[in-house]
Design a protein around this ligand. Structure first.
Ligand code: HEM
Length: 276
């Protein structure tokens, strides 16, 4: 056999933990998988929740990066980050598949041991919502006991959302963003604004790839759509696993979640479809 046919084998000698372990931290990850019962259904519930937290963190990174790039007038860079985030969102959404087998009997087997713990208390999820313009002071309050987390959330509540940065960028590109929108109160949920809706209608008049603002509008619409799908599938997962029982976090459960999931992300991009 000549040298041309030799296929190198992987390195198998390491004096310490493999470079893979040093990079990925598998032992640290495993140490975090600590079910509170012996119920066979609980590990999947815990791991899927932890995996979703990691997706939230990644989304936050992508959108904060997109904000920095937009502020530097780098639309191509921002668009890449937003496009990547759509793929992350699809993977986040696909994670529901690992929980859909959970029956009420199985969930009841470990639910009481979770006490008052609820996804409502996820602060990474709140960062995701705030970046998407869904703002509320009330969802910051549960985190008073963790001062660094609380301060970071309060900062994010008052800071521009991804949409605020998009509108500031559009304004710098010479589009007529109403001044009242540019300096609106950032700590409340965005509502559709006729001036911003009209602006998107104009952008969408040329729906071709060469129109970079149209591509931005579509990428943001993808974000809004897949995020909404995740929230709707959460509602369905809840209906399947516990019906209309009250939530462990103290809410009415299904009815409360349905109302929360109905909030609209990037309302002007949707309103523009009505006006067009
Ligand atoms: C089938 C399993 C699940 C059930 C039965 C369930 C149930 C609930 C309920 C009843 C609420 C309302 C608040 C309350 O009173 O507790 C809620 C909120 C929430 N859950 Fe879940 N959940 C499940 C899985 C998950 C997973 C895996 C995540 C991922 C982190 C998650 C994230 C959230 C978030 C972010 C909220 C707040 C939603 C909002 O503010 O609109 N849930 N969940």
């Amino acid at each position: 056999m000549g040298d041309a046919d030799a296929v190198a084998e992987p390195i198998v000698e390491f004096a310490e933990a493999t470079p893979y372990e040093q990079y990925v931290g598998v032992r640290a990850l495993q140490a975090l998988v600590r079910p509170v019962t012996d119920h066979p259904a609980e590990p999947s519930f815990l791991v899927v929740t932890q995996v979703m937290e990691l997706w939230f963190t990644l989304l936050r990174r992508e959108w904060e990066l997109a904000q920095r790039l937009l502020r530097a007038d780098d639309l191509d860079g921002a668009l890449s980050a937003i496009r990547r985030s759509v793929h992350h969102l699809r993977s986040l959404d696909a994670s529901w598949g690992s929980l859909l087998w959970l029956t009420p009997t199985e969930f009841n087997g470990f639910r009481d041991q979770l006490g008052e713990a609820s996804g409502f208390q996820s602060y990474e999820y709140r960062h995701v919502e705030f970046l998407l313009g869904l703002k509320a002071e009330s969802v910051v309050r549960p985190h008073q006991g963790l001062p660094a987390v609380h301060a970071d959330l309060l900062r994010a509540l008052a800071a521009p959302s991804l949409e605020d940065d998009v509108l500031a960028y559009l304004s710098r590109r010479g589009l007529p963003v109403p001044p009242g929108v540019l300096d609106r109160d950032r700590s409340v949920t965005h509502e559709a604004d006729p001036g911003v809706t009209a602006l998107w209608v104009e952008v969408y008049r040329d729906p071709r790839p060469g129109n970079d603002l149209f591509m931005l509008g579509e990428a943001l619409t993808d974000v809004a759509e897949v995020f909404t799908t995740w929230r709707q599938r959460h509602v369905t997962a809840v209906r399947r696993a516990m019906g209309a029982k009250p939530g462990s976090g103290g809410s009415a459960g299904l009815a409360w979640l349905e109302r929360s999931a109905a909030r609209v992300v990037f309302p002007d991009l949707w309103a523009a479809r009505t006006v067009a």
